[in-house]
Design a protein around this ligand. Structure first.
Ligand code: CP
Length: 305
């Protein structure tokens, strides 16, 4: 039996990333075709936190690839009544082929579900990393530009789980450049900075001297799911980091990306997200194609149980 887990971008080789994102573009352009690689497989789709895109993408993706799903919400598991994560993982691993999970916890907790290597575990967002979002984003870059190498991306906003995963994933493309402009006190965590390629990823905490001629301007919402900000005045700190049409004066060809959900008037103005440069909803669609590529990559390969 072979299962592969996607709990962190660091679980993926350079080749894995390239294979998954290329397959995501194929799914977008050609659909699933007649193959049903998940026929006979069952995916548990556990979301302890709200989701529109990721949950639907992995559910629809499993069904489109011929598998079946068991949806599990925050109130469903006996962990609520005190059963240990370890016992829960041991039981689910004997029944499921894939476990897609979103929690507000550390991704290390997800490793417990992966320990017995009986079901593939996919991190559908954790407090510190959102790896399937990064794969969606790189799929979108490949789909839009034909190549990821050489692209210049300006990320404006909080150094949250989306930014962290994007920085880790883009670090695998040596000639790509990701410049982050994050509010002071809300940058990438030290352990993420220690894992990125400093030639590819740079970060500042102001909006001065922005890079010119970038290919992409990217932002995320200011209030990440499942998190709170310690500073009561955080909106004042974030205000200069709103993405407006002014950013296109020096980068007229740039596309705009956003992982969604969006809060118009906060991190981005309506003119940008609903304007001609925005590919945010193509990016959202790519969550489905990318989820299918991830499910295909991590599937149990022994013919099922
Ligand atoms: N971008 C993203 O993860 O969206 P959802 O929270 O709706 O899944």
């Amino acid at each position: 039996m072979t299962v592969r887990h996607l709990i962190s971008v660091d679980d993926l080789s350079d080749g894995d990333i390239r294979k998954i994102v290329a397959r995501g573009v194929e799914f977008r352009e050609r659909g699933a075709g007649a193959d049903r690689p998940l026929a006979g497989r069952i995916a548990g789709i556990y979301f302890g936190k709200t989701s529109t895109r990721t949950r639907t993408a992995f559910t629809a993706g499993t069904l489109r690839l011929g598998g079946q799903v068991i949806p599990l919400g925050p109130g469903d598991l006996q962990t609520n009544t005190g059963e240990s994560i370890e016992d829960t993982a041991r039981v689910l691993g004997r029944m499921l082929d894939v476990f897609v999970m979103r929690t507000a916890g550390d991704p290390a907790e997800m490793r417990t579900f992966a320990e017995e290597d009986r079901m593939a575990v996919i991190n559908a967002m954790s407090a510190t990393e959102h790896p399937t979002q990064a794969l969606t984003d790189i799929t979108t870059l490949l789909w839009r530009f034909g190549d990821v190498e050489g692209l210049r991306i300006l990320y404006v906003g909080e150094g949250n789980n989306t930014a962290s995963a994007l920085a880790l994933a883009l670090s695998r493309y040596p000639s790509a450049r990701l410049e982050l402009r994050t509010p002071p006190g809300y940058g990438l965590a030290d352990d993420i900075l220690a894992r990125v390629d400093p030639e590819v990823v740079t970060e500042r905490h102001d909006m001065d001297d922005l890079p010119k001629g970038v290919n992409v301007v990217y932002t995320t919402r200011w209030q990440t799911t499942g998190t709170t900000k310690p500073d009561a005045n955080w909106r004042e700190i974030f205000a200069p980091f709103q993405v407006t049409t002014a950013l296109w004066e020096d980068s007229p060809q740039a596309v705009f990306m956003h992982d969604l959900p969006a809060h118009r008037g906060e991190e981005v103005t309506p003119e940008v997200i609903d304007g001609k440069h925005s590919i945010a909803f193509d990016q959202a669609e790519n969550k489905l194609h990318s989820a299918m590529a991830v499910l295909e990559w991590c599937r149990v390969e022994d013919g099922g149980r």
